[in-house]
Design a protein around this ligand. Structure first.
Ligand code: EPZ
Length: 416
């Protein structure tokens, strides 16, 4: 079955190694297309989104070799410019390839990447920015054809902060003719990792980590090897698991500096947080209390990708609390299922009001998307009795092996 079975009620104790970052490695794999040669990418997480991205790249005549967590990409042969629809449909992140492919081949034909349950996920900012860089885009019913005689630098003032649009425009700009400025750029650590990779390969990028990126186009990038940073969202998920279940865990390799808002939210709920260069030690002995108003925001604010996991933790905290989602329009999909477990949650548009309960009861649950599915698993670990979370494949998009990781902390869960 495509499910996870959990017997909840255990406190968590032990240490878990944090995998490489999904949202860093996907744009870095796209960036490998820009290099007419071989890139070696270490600490690449074994997750299905990476598998689909690599298959997509092979369909574009890249040669891919995987050896454990190291992926070798030879993009010397990149030629085809139409991505197989079935791969694009599965791989929303295929849009990441657009900027790089245009820079490399000058033309791309692809389906619109699907939205998902958390939001419509439009790509208007991506297409608008590329048009400003000399790309002619003919939209079709189910997709578009994009052509350019050569990308030229441009000044972009993004009306809203968009991680994907920032990444696509960086990828289009590094080999463009002239200079590009991206104002109101996203500052997520995954963009910093992408820029670090590109600079290591010879790109000229200034303002890394700020909301203003200045890119001077260069002729060529050279071969490079790069180690993917740890996944702050996976680390935050297991931190939330400790908030849910209580106990003492060590998140080995967790990127502390990138998790300040997450650690602060956990501390405001009564967790003890101890940061070191080896990772984050989390201690939850006393019952948790509600955070004083949790609002998702662009980096360095509290990440939308941990909203569901912290909502699960809030259902078991003492008192009343409010959680507000400001990035996506439909990211409270797990509320009805948490209610089925006994949670008391009142939903008002992009806010939820939570009244903490003493216990949750295990039941049959259904993942509908990646981060909500992971949140249901950690809620099941805290609940009394047996839970089954169906649609495990959603969770495997971003977690190498959530069952193994949680079992190493003393939870009782297994793939079904
Ligand atoms: C990235 O998605 C992440 N995905 C998401 O993580 C993350 O939740 C999101 O950034 C926000 O941090 C990857 O990196 C692969 P956006 P992305 O463009 O780039 C609107 C996960 O679970 N928008 O920053 O798609 C959009 O609708 C995933 O790992 C436009 O209006 O997010 C949203 O409301 C989920 N037009 C807001 O911007 C556009 O052209 C932020 O989206 C693009 C975006």
């Amino acid at each position: 079955m495509d499910a996870i079975q959990i017997y909840g009620g255990n406190c968590l104790h032990g240490q878990v190694r944090i995998q490489g970052s999904k949202n860093a490695v996907l744009p870095i794999l796209a960036a490998a297309l820009l290099i007419d040669g071989v890139c070696e990418i270490e600490n690449c997480p074994a997750i299905s989104d990476v598998y689909h991205m690599l298959r997509l790249m092979e369909s574009l005549c890249c040669t891919i070799d995987r050896n454990g967590h190291t992926v070798r990409v030879d993009a010397a042969g990149v030629s085809r410019c139409d991505m197989p629809p079935d791969s694009v449909g599965v791989m929303r992140s295929s849009i990441m390839l657009l900027g790089a492919l245009l820079a490399r081949t000058g033309s791309v034909s692809m389906q619109y990447p699907g939205g998902c349950v958390i939001g419509s996920r439009p790509i208007d900012l991506h297409l608008e920015g590329l048009r400003k860089m000399g790309v002619v885009i003919r939209e079709r019913e189910d997709g578009f054809d994009a052509e350019t005689k050569g990308l030229t630098g441009a000044v972009h003032r993004l009306p809203i902060v968009s991680v994907g649009a920032t990444e696509n425009l960086v990828l289009a700009a590094v080999l463009a003719n002239g200079n590009t400025v991206i104002e109101n750029a996203a500052k997520e650590p995954e963009i910093t990792a992408l820029c670090d990779f590109l600079i290591k390969a010879g790109a000229k990028i200034e303002g890394v980590g700020t909301k203003r990126l200045c890119i001077r186009g260069v002729e060529k990038l050279h071969e490079v090897s790069y180690k993917v940073p740890a996944d702050r969202i996976v680390a935050g998920t297991y931190l939330a698991a400790c908030l849910c279940c209580g106990g003492e865990v060590f998140l080995k390799g967790a990127p502390c500096m990138q998790m300040k808002a997450v650690s602060a939210a956990a501390a405001s709920m009564g967790a003890g947080i101890e940061e070191s260069k080896e990772g984050i030690a989390v201690t939850c002995i006393e019952r948790r209390v509600m955070p004083p108003g949790l609002i998702t925001a662009c980096y360095p604010g509290f990440p939308t990708d941990l909203q569901s996991a912290f909502l699960a933790a809030m259902t078991l905290a003492d008192g009343e609390g409010v959680l507000e989602e400001t990035i996506f329009e439909n990211r409270f999909r797990i509320v009805p299922q948490l209610r089925q477990m006994g949670a008391r949650i009142d939903c008002q548009k992009n806010k939820v009001c939570v009244s903490g309960v003493r216990t949750l009861c295990g039941t049959t649950l259904r993942a509908e998307e990646l981060r909500g599915g992971a949140a249901l698993v950690i809620a099941g670990c805290a609940a009394q009795g047996r839970s089954v979370v169906k649609n495990r494949h959603f969770i495997e998009r971003g977690y190498e092996d959530i069952c193994h990781d949680l079992c190493s902390l003393g939870a009782r869960c297994k793939k079904e």
